[in-house]
Write a protein that binds this ligand. Structure first.
Ligand SMILES: [Zn+2]
Length: 151
């Protein structure tokens, strides 16, 4: 296997799914993110809204801050965000300001996703979706079924 095969979109989305699993383990809605620059993961994050009692503690928001800290600059030019669920309008807004070059998301969120909410990404941001969609959706579904059974 060569490097190009190893470090493809599914490889990094798997890493984002590992983050989502961590959120799941903490009873958080399982959404995970990695941000990649030059084939290297420079930031990771998973949803922590319950733990932090903070509606802004979405995986994407934390990873954007961490990536900017890593790079020492606020713009995420030449970076790619891999996220297991379509970002909400808040995160799309943060991505807009970051001017991130690429966004790749797994599952679509027809109810609360940025597209439904009418939010826009930066015109320079290229978007891809559907990478490991089934795995990401399955984890979310399992979470909400378990949650329903607990109540
Ligand atoms: Zn969000």
């Amino acid at each position: 296997m060569n490097m190009q095969m190893l470090f493809d979109d599914s490889y990094f989305m798997k890493k984002a799914l590992e983050e989502a699993q961590q959120a799941y383990g903490k009873g958080e809605i399982p959404v995970g993110v990695v941000i990649v620059a030059k084939q290297q993961i420079i930031a990771r994050g998973h949803n922590l809204t319950e733990l932090l009692n903070d509606v802004t503690a979405h995986a994407e928001m934390q990873a954007i801050t961490a990536a900017a800290n890593f790079l020492g600059g606020k713009y995420l030019i030449d970076c790619t965000m891999y996220v297991t669920l379509e970002p909400c309008q808040m995160c799309a807004g943060a991505l807009y300001w970051s001017q991130i070059s690429n966004l790749v998301f797994a599952a679509s969120d027809p109810e609360r996703g940025y597209r439904k909410m009418g939010a826009k990404l930066h015109p320079k941001t290229k978007v891809k979706n559907g990478i490991l969609e089934e795995e990401a959706s399955e984890l979310l579904k399992r979470f909400f079924i378990e949650k329903r059974n607990l109540n």
